[in-house]
Ligand binder design. Sequence first.
Ligand code: FE
Length: 194
Amino acid sequence: MPHDGHDHTDDHSELSPIALRVKALESLLIEKGYVDPAALDVLIDTYENKVGPRNGAKVVARAWTDPAYAAWLKTDATAAIKSFGFAGRQGEHMVALFNTPETHNMVVCTLCSCYPWPVLGLPPVWYKSPPYRSRAVIDPRGVLAEFGVTLPEKTKISVWDSTAEIRYLVIPMRPANTESLSEEELAGLVNRDS
Ligand code: FE
């Protein structure tokens, strides 16, 4: 890849088929003048370093510590999330789902891979896989157990199907015994799979 400052001519044979395909496409697009390599660098940096689950973690920690913010998230998640500066593509219409002892929320895109990029980054491979997309609907409790989440039988599971229009962010329940933690420390407890 000429744009990342390295010469990969030595390890061509080690590239996976998909990496080779991306490389071929990228070379063609640059050759024909359709894309600027510097613009590609900015995009890659954005999604590797600036946009990701750490953004969503900040939203969750604020919701845990500020009841007024939580109420705002419930009524207008898009605006409440945008107040952090987290907005843009794939986050235009956000809905926050609050886990409670009665209801656990689970998100899937049965059609493809719709995902809230500004708060969670790019979707992980499992989220895009056909088995997750079908089994999340058929057996949500079983799929959650495979992720290490075993819920009491009485806890209802709501499965939400992402669409091109609406993207969801689940607000987990605040863990017990975290009263002494600051908002920043709380954010450190939250990851993508929370
Ligand atoms: Fe989708």
